[in-house]
Design a protein around this ligand. Structure first.
Ligand code: PLP
Length: 332
């Protein structure tokens, strides 16, 4: 991987100012989107350096976080040989990506409070694992992992530690991005899909030491972030007020839903959440899921997931949507 020479696009070969571009076999007509996008997303990264407090060479941008996850497997793992550690339950994409890349998964459990079991995590794969995935706040449970335990693992684990912070903007804890200076084996994933409300644009971010970012950039397809996404995200990053308002509203709605769900008779337990969803243990999750679907309300049935017996995962919606959900649940 270190020896790989990446594809060089026309935009890589020539970077200066010019007025006649006859180098990339583009069509000169239809002028809004006829040119290839910037393969290095320079303006977008410039905007992100301000928002995230990192330098441009510590940022990788992918077609969703999912692209970054896939590339990390392809860079750091040997198919058919290597193992990664994915404490369960968590986001399913790590495991799918491991399977696609023919990588073995060691799956220690989180504790019953969905926090890290440091001993079990380090004991998995006998110290031979290449990567460790931690998701904080964790999906589907919603809780933050303990910061002290994450730091213990960052110090003790002999491989890449990926911390997925897809939901960090809904949480009171600060990001691990400022800790990149101390840990060369740390990769922090974030996304525009949740707090920023831009899931349809597909923009995921990986923050890491510049050596890791360089590898990600070598392996990615040259034009992985399209022009429209680069433009719209750039504009959004310059007006964060709307995002911040929506996040505050969703947090307030989360707190209201926690309170109100506790007095619903089919609800057995609402797990603490620092994300934009709640894990809720029901009397009979399968049947409640189906009754809600009949009324046009779709939640996520997680009852087959380890430690999530009889649990539904409910995304926080608008106040009106949350009211609809509550009134349906009260009348079941
Ligand atoms: C939603 C989510 C993502 C976002 O993935 P994108 O591909 O960026 O949309 C990443 N990680 C977790 C844990 C998620 O729940």
């Amino acid at each position: 991987m270190l020896a790989l020479s990446p594809y060089r696009s026309a935009r890589d070969e020539f970077e200066g100012e010019a007025s006649v571009f006859l180098d990339a076999n583009e069509n000169p007509f239809n002028s809004d989107y006829n040119r290839y996008p910037d393969p290095h997303q320079r303006q977008l990264k410039q905007a992100l350096t301000t928002v995230k407090g990192v330098s441009g060479n510590q940022i990788f941008l992918g077609n969703g976080s999912d692209e970054a996850i896939d590339l990390l497997f392809r860079i750091f793992c040997e198919p058919g040989r290597d193992t990664v550690i994915i404490p369960q339950p968590t986001y399913g994409m790590y495991q799918v990506s491991a399977a696609i890349n023919n990588i073995t998964v060691a799956a220690p459990r989180l504790t019953t409070a969905f926090d890290i079991d440091v001993h079990a995590t380090l004991a998995a794969a006998n110290g031979q694992a290449k990567m460790l995935f931690l998701c904080s706040p964790n999906n589907p449970s919603g809780n933050l992992l303990s910061r002290e335990k994450i730091i213990e693992l960052l110090n003790a684990f002999n491989g890449i530690v990926v911390i997925d912070e897809a939901y960090i903007d809904f949480a009171p804890e600060h990001s691990f991005v400022p800790d990149l200076a101390h840990y060369r084996n740390l990769v922090v994933l974030q996304t525009l899909s949740k707090a920023w409300g831009l899931a349809g644009l597909r923009l995921g971010m990986a923050f890491a030491h510049r050596d890791i970012i360089e590898l990600l950039n070598k392996v990615k397809p040259p034009y992985n972030i399209n022009t429209l996404t680069q433009q719209v995200v750039w504009q959004q990053l310059h007006q964060p007020e709307e995002m911040q308002q929506h996040v505050q509203l969703l947090i307030a709605e989360r707190q209201r839903l926690v309170r109100e769900l506790q007095s619903v008779s089919c609800v057995r337990r609402v797990y603490p959440s620092q994300a934009n969803f709640l894990l809720v243990k029901m009397n009979d999750a399968r049947s409640i899921y189906q009754q809600l679907v009949k009324q046009g309300i779709v939640v996520r049935d997680r009852s087959n997931v380890i430690l999530c017996d009889n649990c539904l995962r409910i995304t926080i919606g608008t106040p009106e949507e949350n009211n609809q959900l509550l009134s349906r649940l009260l009348h079941l």
